[in-house]
Design a protein around this ligand. Sequence first.
Ligand SMILES: *[C@@H]1O[C@H](CO)[C@@H](O)[C@H](O)[C@H]1NC(C)=O
Ligand SMILES: *[C@@H]1O[C@H](CO)[C@@H](O)[C@H](O)[C@H]1NC(C)=O
Length: 270
Amino acid sequence: MHPSVLSVSFAALLLLVPQALAAPFAAMALTPGGYRFSASIHEVPLDGHIAHVGSHIHVINATGQVVQVTSSAPRVPTPVPEEASGWISYASWLNSDPSPISSFTASWIVPPVPTAQHGQTIFLFNSIEPATGDAILQPVLQYGPSAAGGGDFWAVATWYLFGDQTFFTQPVAVQVGQPLTGNISLAGTHRATYSYTVSFAHIHSTALTIHGSAPLSWATETLEAYGINVALAGGVVPAVAWGNTDDVADGLTTTVDVDGATDAQITITY
Ligand SMILES: *[C@@H]1O[C@H](CO)[C@@H](O)[C@H](O)[C@H]1NC(C)=O
Ligand SMILES: *[C@@H]1O[C@H](CO)[C@@H](O)[C@H](O)[C@H]1NC(C)=O
């Protein structure tokens, strides 16, 4: 990390929700995908995992028992202002190589706590999605409250959103200045389905594995990160050019400081 970069813009903003918009409906709760219906948000128990089984999604606990069965519906737009959901500023890369992404890691430092406390929630993460965009797997650093818990402190958890269903691991508090590595890796393939493991390095309880997924091919960064690394199956390093999307009206920008698949660096400023 170059200290100068860190001091200019220490953090990314994915979702910063003003208090007036918080908890618009009692039956809804905040996720990295915006407000969603609480009944469709599920905690994955410690050392548990998720499996797609036909059109159902199973949550399986550490001893192999299915503890939850859900079916996913296409996500319906929620009655929440557009500004309270969706991504504000990010960088992304779509893998068009037939070889799947085998690993995608991003390292960053837990930023200072926000100077103004007004009930906001901030999510910072790297993530990966299928080409259809109907799912997302992400190690998430959060400040403020969300459906997973949290409060006026930074905490990490991993999340999997599929259609209208949301799954998360119990948040773990982290310290300002603590180095984090968000790690997404291909755990295996079975016929035409893929298994992925997402975790924060060295924070065991954030590990979450998804079986039976479509290939995840759209990699995104919504944070200031350095040491971003992408590899394809077989150890191939792809030619990566990160594209960026800004919300200029709100002064939120993403800068690709160092492009490529190895040790790329991206800064999001707010
Ligand atoms: C898994 O779930 C089963 C059934 O609910 C329960 O009996 C078992 O204790 C659970 N295992 C763990 C590790 O919590
Ligand atoms: C990422 O996770 C995979 C699978 O759990 C592991 O083999 C690998 O060592 C991890 N990489 C880092 C940088 O933590």
